[in-house]
Design a protein around this ligand. Structure first.
Ligand code: ZN
Length: 326
């Protein structure tokens, strides 16, 4: 009798504990927005909620402080900061901005007002100079969290580095900040933990149909992925979508190869943009291009825009990011 009454209670306790754990620590491989997953001792991956436009974050514990990868949007920054406080009493000292896009950068002022120093590869500042404050002002029209910061332009990284790797190191850990060239943006930075073999990529790699190719160099993107693969990471933490292994890098590279190849073949056959991309209200809404099965994990609603960018790149013979934006 006793064991009968105890067992269900234990089971209920275990179920409750599992529920609590699942709420904060994701253990499954599928998408888990707002979850935090331990990757290695003192290294956590926070999956952003894409319904709110958030990016992923990586939280790295050093001896006396924390490093966070990506500033996120302001609302995402607050969520990531709250989770960092749950994980460790140490302060967030550094926030590494992987690139200039709002979902990785616009929360910068949230972090610095909480005592952190933001930093980035120097080309991120060049990108901000190139595209801002127009994009900030546009974002502030639709995003309350951006508008509420009452700024006219993004807060720039407080520090930059121009030689890769830039290294932060103490007695417990080494973190390298790397630049491999122009892929997603001209400033793509990576955070690499050589001992733990953890690579945080920003949007240079995404795990799923989340690629934004507007500022990209599609032709060079696979080369950047190859350089990242040479590190032989065990864990790859993408800018969007769940964490995984090096298959994210190889898959991302092959998606870019197939996308560009399909655009090139269409151009070679004399197809015009309107033959392969359907526009509505000035925006690409459908495409006749079908990518092979191996690339389907990266194919989603953005494919018509990606095809348009790829077609621009191959026909104008310059990176998509250098083609004037439509
Ligand atoms: Zn991006």
């Amino acid at each position: 009798m006793k064991s009968k009454s105890v067992k269900p209670r234990l089971a209920a306790c275990a179920a409750f504990a599992a529920l609590l754990t699942a709420a904060f620590f994701a253990t499954e491989s599928g998408a888990q927005p707002n979850s935090v997953k331990k990757i290695a001792d003192g290294v956590w991956f926070r999956e952003g909620d894409m319904k709110q436009g958030h990016s992923n974050n990586t939280i790295i514990e050093m001896k006396d402080y924390l490093i966070v990868v990506d500033a996120n949007f302001p609302s995402g920054a607050r969520l990531a900061l709250a989770d960092a406080k749950k994980l460790s009493p140490k302060p967030v000292k550094y926030v590494f901005i992987t690139h200039h896009h709002g979902d990785h950068d616009y929360g910068s002022a949230v972090w610095t007002s909480n005592g952190a120093t933001t930093f980035a590869y120097k080309a991120v500042v060049d990108e901000l100079n190139r595209y801002e404050p127009a994009r900030w002002r546009e974002a502030a029209k639709s995003r309350k969290d951006v508008a509420e910061l009452n700024r006219d332009t993004p807060e720039y990284p407080k520090e930059t580095f121009d030689k890769s790797p830039y290294i932060l190191k103490d007695s417990t850990r080494e973190v390298q900040f790397l630049f491999f060239g122009w892929a997603h943006t001209r400033g793509d930075g990576f955070a690499w933990l050589p001992k733990e073999r953890v690579l945080a990529t920003g949007d240079a790699s995404t795990n799923g149909p989340y690629n934004n190719t507007a500022d990209a160099n599609l032709g060079n993107w696979p080369k950047v992925m190859e350089a990242a693969e040479k590190l032989h990471p065990q864990f790859v933490l993408p800018g969007h979508g769940p964490s995984g292994g090096p298959e994210i890098l190889t898959g991302q590279a092959s998606f870019m190869v197939e996308l560009r190849k399909a655009a090139q073949q269409a151009a070679d056959r004399g197809k015009k943009l309107e033959d392969i991309v359907t526009m509505k209200d000035g925006k690409p809404v459908a495409t006749a291009i079908v990518l092979p099965a191996s690339a389907q994990h990266w194919v989603g609603n953005s494919l018509p825009t990606q095809v348009m960018n790829a077609y621009s790149e191959v026909t104008q013979k310059k990176p998509a990011g250098d083609v004037p934006h439509q």
